[in-house]
Design a protein around this ligand. Structure first.
Ligand SMILES: [Zn+2]
Length: 345
């Protein structure tokens, strides 16, 4: 708390020397920080305070390191045992309040799935669906954290022992007066981001000739549970695969852009063009990765060509000109170009 105060009180100064004889503070901010960030602060006491302090210190730096990740673990570093520790942290350490939050979110998802599939999924089935192999590691982690309602946003902030400045963190820094919970970030926030990304996802989806359902938090988390074909007899595995990828990757990008904006970019909004470009890069990278994953050398981890062809069918650029098996063609892109917006001003 004292370090945070010192950094805050000296916002203008370039150099700030902090003396402390407290090993805990020194080790946390100097020695162990990289490791803490890599592992998403799982199991760390005073996590929120440390994160704010680090963010404040970094605000002073001219060049913010790319690996700055104040939210979420770097998945490569998230070992199984750490993941379990995180589960325990959320369900046990955080106490009754957090358990109630998780429970509420699970209920919302269960009700939603019941509505569309006619059956209530068990909690275990929801967790399993989030670990679906079609969903990338980072997106899995994001969905998992969101399903637990455990990201430190919105109504997590106003705690009675926090100062007023911290209390205000519950509000969206872009939309005045709006509580910045996950629903706000994913579906309502007016800063360039969510709306543009869902538009692009819808565009691509509708290009494949399927009906679009607007993603809300409940069908986003359940994206690997729901079936895209309304006709139960007519299965559409390709559609289910593409839906999972499209929704999970898009939602993760929305979250990533939000964190970059709020934590790294001093709340400067992204331009619509930037958002578009980021989404296109993301989806094309995923397409490329899927193609690479068909490589024989991957053995058991290999993706079947049939699966990749079926997943992306109808979604590619100039698809009619591509060979039947385009996987080895290289340079295949998804079928929507960047949106061209009228120049402002
Ligand atoms: Zn907002």
């Amino acid at each position: 708390m004292a370090v945070l105060e010192a950094v805050r009180d000296n916002q203008g100064s370039r150099n700030l020397e902090i003396e402390s004889d407290l090993c805990y503070t020194i080790n946390t901010l100097m020695k162990n920080l990289r490791n803490l960030e890599d592992t998403g602060y799982i199991g760390k006491a005073n996590r929120e305070l440390i994160q704010i302090t680090v963010a404040k210190i970094r605000e002073k730096e001219e060049e913010i390191p790319r690996e700055l990740k104040l939210t979420g673990a770097k998945l490569s570093k998230l070992t199984q045992s750490l993941a379990y520790k995180a589960i325990r942290e959320v369900t046990l350490k955080k106490g009754k309040h957090q358990r109630e939050r998780s429970k509420r979110m699970i209920n919302v998802i269960q009700n939603h799935v019941e509505e569309v599939l006619g059956e209530i999924p068990t909690e275990e089935r929801i967790w399993r669906s989030i670990r679906n192999k079609d969903i990338s590691q980072q997106a899995r982690y994001y969905l998992w954290m969101t399903a637990h309602d455990t990201y430190c946003i919105g109504t997590h902030w106003p705690k009675p022992n926090y100062k007023e400045e911290l209390q205000q963190r519950s509000e969206c820094t872009h939309c005045h007066g709006a509580i910045e919970d996950m629903s706000h970030i994913l579906s309502r926030c007016e800063t360039p981001g969510q709306e543009e990304i869902w538009d692009l996802a819808r565009n691509l989806w509708m290009k494949t000739g399927r009906t679009w359902t607007q993603p809300w938090i409940r069908n986003i988390i359940a994206c690997a549970l729901t079936k895209v074909s309304e006709d139960k007899k007519e299965r559409d595995p390709g559609g289910n695969w593409l839906w999972r990828i499209l929704i999970s990757e898009s939602v993760y990008l929305i979250w990533k852009l939000r964190c970059e904006r709020v934590i790294q970019n001093g709340n400067t909004p992204f331009s619509i063009q930037e958002v578009s470009n980021r989404w296109l890069t993301m989806i094309n990278t995923r397409l490329e990765l899927d193609c690479d994953m068909t490589n024989e050398s991957l053995g058991k981890r290999k993706l079947k060509m049939k699966v990749v062809l079926k997943t992306w069918k109808g979604a590619l650029r100039e698809e009619s000109r591509l060979p039947k098996n385009w996987i080895k063609t290289g340079g295949v892109l998804v079928g929507i170009g960047p949106r061209h917006h009228q120049e402002e001003g």
